[in-house]
Design a protein around this ligand. Structure first.
Ligand code: MG
Length: 369
């Protein structure tokens, strides 16, 4: 047993580490920073001088907002390999910045939404103004799944109906089940939830993603991406977790509506990686976010975008977007074919490039009704 005289009292240790005594007691309970000695009679806690460094690390990590569980993991890494701890902190911060960027985009979407560049017309019903869809357009869809030329099984899933489009890319031993369950949970929501006012559609999308996450709780070590788009007649609301993508083709220009939830994308967002190098990174598929049946389902990123007749939408998994260059995808989408011919053309492009991964893709045309 160490001599208490050579050790720091909790008060001295709190001052040296800039953590409060209350925080120190809590970190002790969590096993994050146990005292070197607890007096068996008085219950006083004593800390060793060499614990100050770890305590300061904990204090700094808390100051940047890192959750306690993650702090514990970084501290363990720091003890064995400070370089690995540095990488973990960098990855955490890249995730925070990516999350902030997603919230910024949602805020911008909502501002646009409230400013009302809408094709929906207000209608007076019983003296109350309600927003209803005008029959200016309808969605014509096609969906295609392709196993590719290398993979032994199909772990992607897709869905398309006149109001809801979705693709999912499963991973892990039960990836196929995860992707299917996620898409089915979303498609199982009552149809009238997709034809409601746009604010309610956002709620429906969130409920759908939550339902998808709940459907995966029994799967361990498996999960899925999910990119879903609800179309309300004049507007598209996209909910997104992972690295599958949604694109909008308008007047020949292809706009990506989603941001990949990958470590590589977060590094690009943080200015630490040149976008041109991102595609060649071996870790480009490493996801920051996915539906994985964890206790805390990830918040989907939500984007709202106005649509008009003549627009074409594409939802796809990375078996297409990571394999076929964006310009080739754009050319296939701009071709004369309808949605069915276009999904075939997209799958053929992925196969021409070796078809290394499963492909799920949905093409939907906003057509005059
Ligand atoms: Mg894939």
């Amino acid at each position: 047993m160490r001599d208490a005289e050579a050790m720091l009292t909790i008060g001295d240790f709190a001052r040296a580490s800039r953590l409060s005594a209350k925080a120190l007691r809590r970190y002790d309970e969590l096993g994050l920073l146990p005292p070197a000695r607890v007096d068996p009679f008085t219950g006083y806690r004593y800390y060793a001088e060499e614990q100050v460094e770890r305590a300061r690390l904990v204090a700094w990590l808390r100051r940047i907002g890192m959750p306690l569980a993650e702090v514990g993991r970084v501290c363990e890494r720091y003890a064995a390999d400070p370089e690995a701890a540095a990488r973990a902190i960098r990855a955490y911060w890249a995730g925070v910045e990516s999350e902030t960027a997603a919230r910024r985009d949602l805020a911008a979407s909502l501002v646009d939404h409230l400013k009302g560049t809408t094709e929906m017309t207000p209608e007076i019903t019983n003296g109350m103004t309600t927003e209803t869809t005008t029959p200016v357009s309808a969605l014509r869809t096609a969906v295609r799944l392709d196993r590719g030329r290398v993979r032994a099984s199909q772990q992607d899933a897709a869905h398309a109906d006149p109001h809801l489009l979705a693709v999912a890319d499963g991973y892990g031993p039960e990836g196929a089940r995860a992707a299917r369950a996620a898409v089915e949970a979303l498609a199982a929501l009552p149809r009238d939830r997709w034809t409601a006012r746009s604010g309610e559609v956002l709620d429906a999308l969130e409920d759908g993603v939550r339902g998808a996450a709940a459907a995966l709780t029994e799967l361990t070590g498996s999960g899925t991406t999910l990119t879903a788009a609800a179309w309300t007649g004049g507007r598209l609301a996209v909910a997104h977790v992972g690295d599958s993508r949604a694109y909008l083709l308008r007047d020949g220009a292809l706009v990506r509506l989603t941001r990949d939830h990958t470590v590589v994308q977060a590094l690009v967002d943080a200015g630490e990686l040149d976008p041109a190098e991102a595609a060649d990174r071996p870790d480009r598929a490493l996801l920051l976010k996915a539906l994985d049946g964890g206790d805390v389902p990830p918040e989907p990123e939500i984007v709202v975008h106005g649509t008009r007749p003549g627009d074409r939408l594409l939802l796809c998994t990375d078996g297409l977007s990571a394999v076929v260059p964006t310009d080739a995808i754009r050319r296939a989408l701009t071709g004369a074919g309808g949605p069915e011919a276009t999904v075939d053309a997209l799958v053929a492009l992925a196969r021409e490039r070796g078809g290394p991964d499963n492909v799920a893709c949905v093409v939907a045309d906003v057509a005059p009704a």
